[in-house]
Design a protein. Structure first.
Length: 234
């Protein structure tokens, strides 16, 4: 599904990614954990074409993503839920969601996609006419996730979906991630809540200062003493 090899990214003289490799199989949840500044967001931005790679390869279903622009990548079946949500604050919830469907060739299917999103997020249906900037942080996160779903993706990259949310909303967001997974959507998850991320993932990678330092099955990393001390507060 997604195969990243020896990816290097620099911001000027600063090397943000130092040759990382990761693999995501069809239907998996793969978590990428690490401290702030480790390069997690840069990894997602590079995969989706927002940041150029200096070297390495990014293959998605046999397509070389390094040769594609961001707006084209979404048409391949990959959606990105960015860190910080980035909703269109002056537009309504429904208008935000409809923006996510810009890549659909058949616009007659937008209504069906809206119904599907509202099935995952009933609260958004209640607030479909509300201006997105007036929503709570948790509701804005739902809008960002719903907007990504509107492109009917096979794969979603999620960047810190629980950031700034109450424990109750974190549980709600992660239950929706599980539901998406059960529907066959492949997920690459960057998440500060390492315990939650590892508890739902199939495989995981630990990123430290631009390098992958550990990889393996998520449940094994969840109980790894080094990971527990560094990221799980144990």
């Amino acid at each position: 599904m997604l195969d990243v090899k020896d990816l290097k990214v620099s911001y000027g003289a600063v090397e943000a990614l130092k040759g990382i490799s990761l693999h995501v199989e069809d239907g998996e949840i793969v978590s990428l954990i690490g401290a702030n500044g480790a390069g997690k967001t840069t990894t997602l931005h590079t995969i989706t074409g927002l940041v150029p790679a200096r070297s390495g390869s990014i293959m998605f279903n046999g397509i070389d993503l390094r040769k594609a622009k961001s707006e084209k990548i979404v048409t391949f079946g990959m959606a990105h839920v960015p860190e910080g949500r980035h909703v269109f604050t002056r537009m309504t919830v429904q208008e935000n969601l409809e923006m996510g469907a810009f890549s659909l060739k058949d616009q007659s299917g937008v209504g069906a996609m809206l119904d599907k999103v509202f099935g995952y997020f009933p609260r958004l249906k209640e607030r479909r006419r509300q201006v997105a900037g007036t929503l709570s942080g948790g509701e804005q996160q739902m809008v960002a996730m719903g907007r990504a779903l509107m492109s009917n993706p096979t794969t979603i990259l999620m960047d810190e979906p629980s950031m700034g949310l109450s424990p109750l909303l974190v549980k709600e967001i992660f239950s929706i991630i599980r539901a998406l997974h059960e529907q066959g959507i492949t997920i690459l998850l960057v998440e500060q809540n390492a315990k939650m991320a590892l508890s739902i993932a199939d495989h995981a990678y630990v990123l430290e200062t631009g390098r992958i330092t550990m990889r393996g099955e998520a449940h094994e990393l969840l109980h790894n003493e080094q990971v527990r001390k560094a990221y799980l507060g144990a």
